[in-house]
Design a binder for this molecule. Sequence first.
Ligand SMILES: Cc1cc2nc3c(=O)[nH]c(=O)nc-3n(C[C@H](O)[C@H](O)[C@H](O)COP(=O)(O)OP(=O)(O)OC[C@H]3O[C@@H](n4cnc5c(N)ncnc54)[C@H](O)[C@@H]3O)c2cc1C
Length: 475
Amino acid sequence: MQTPTSSDVIIIGGGIAGMVAANRAAQLGLKAIVLEQGSAEKYLCNTRYTGGTFHLCLREITLDPELLHQLIVETTDGFVKDDLARLLANGGTKLIQWLQGEGIRFMRASASEYHKWVLAPPGRSRPGLDWEGRGGDVLLRTLEAQLVKRGGSLTRGVKAQSLISENGRCVGVVAQHQGKVCEWRGRAVVIADGGFQCNPELMEKYVSKQPGRMKQRNGGTAFGDGMRMAQALGAAITGTNRFYGHVLSKDALTNDMLWPYPYLDALVTAGIVVSKEGQRYTDEGRGGVSVANAVATLDDPLSSTCIFDHAIWEGPGRNGLIAANPHLVKEDATVFEAGDLDALAAKAGLNAPALKQTVADYNAALAASGDATEFKPADGISRRSKKYKAMPIVKPPFYAVPMVSGITYTMGGIVINAYAQALREDGSVIEGLYAAGAATGGLEGGPQIGYVGGLAKSGITGLAAAEHVVQRLGK
Ligand SMILES: Cc1cc2nc3c(=O)[nH]c(=O)nc-3n(C[C@H](O)[C@H](O)[C@H](O)COP(=O)(O)OP(=O)(O)OC[C@H]3O[C@@H](n4cnc5c(N)ncnc54)[C@H](O)[C@@H]3O)c2cc1C
């Protein structure tokens, strides 16, 4: 073991959560060290790949906190505890202003309210990965430069392995660095390692029987180390069976131009999703994140197909900055097209009589519902289309797109309070231990898999952790 390196606060992970926490702590007078497992100058992580839209529940992040609070509670069906919902709702404007003060630039990416606060420069409107020199990359480089100016540091190639606990308090981290086991000692530790989506065992335990049949729609760097380390110190975890992601063309498994964009959400929510047997099995009206979760829980997550007609293809199919239409076709994704449902089923390998019945039931229930936001086709699976309008499947040609569930980050993780302190099962605080960003649980998810917002959650909890560490430790 090497001689321990000491600091006031040690942060595990150099994504937005970790870099915000480190900078805020350093700005308030503490010595902050970030330990980052990636060794490249531009080490990968979800923040490096991000689309860059700061929002809360897909609404503008600086709206009235009371409205945002209500939205968070509604979106997660009350799963997010009140103190955490308030932390997020009150934290949006502060986060944007603080980041601007750090030199981070935002721009409006479209006329939609959702796109008001997007990291500049935004990704170009083209399929596939596009991160170098884009908003997330610039944000990380800017925050690292700020940290160094403040006397802090980011050390690359350090893989945190376990936490050091003394007298019930977390006082450091044991990590692998350049082939050696090293200790970093401090007065507080912030876990910001980005979740567990890339850990097959944890994914199988919590999310999908077949994680290998899902698409990793992320930076490939989150292995649940932070959650495991925190649990070893007695931390509780929550919400681990939910994730944020999108439905993608199945071909995204082999074609890098089909992820992270375009995704199929607009087609899925306007049309229907069927199993190999040609039957619906989920409420498409809850949105793409919910459908991605439903697909992941199937015995075979690669057995679903999205069905829609020409009006959907030419309507919602063209929505979004990197729309499914025309990008799926341009990038060689499998899109089956046929003049009738029998021929479509034959091409897509689906049960034709069942598919025809499913579409007929769906169309009939939709027609009978008039403008109602909820309706129940004969298969009994109700369709909530508050946000996403269901459309009939009547206008040829008809289309079928085989799907895969793309996971971006796990929504569950370490239970925290509104100061981002890690909590035990009985609600008591583990002194000296904090969690921020996608490493946390209890800020998103719930029965209907409410998506609150990855960047907002990470930035706001990063600020909260740093400010509480300073308050506890003094300058
Ligand atoms: C393609 C894409 C588009 C997205 N678009 C949006 C969007 O528009 N709006 C939005 O709100 N969200 C979006 N997100 C999600 C958002 O980017 C993430 O939720 C957010 O960046 C997570 O930040 P984080 O700091 O928690 O994790 P990360 O950015 O993943 O950082 C975690 C870091 O911890 C490091 N680490 C892990 N384990 C260890 C260890 N043992 N020791 C040391 N270091 C470790 C990792 O290497 C990584 O650098 C998107 C994500 C992706 C992938």
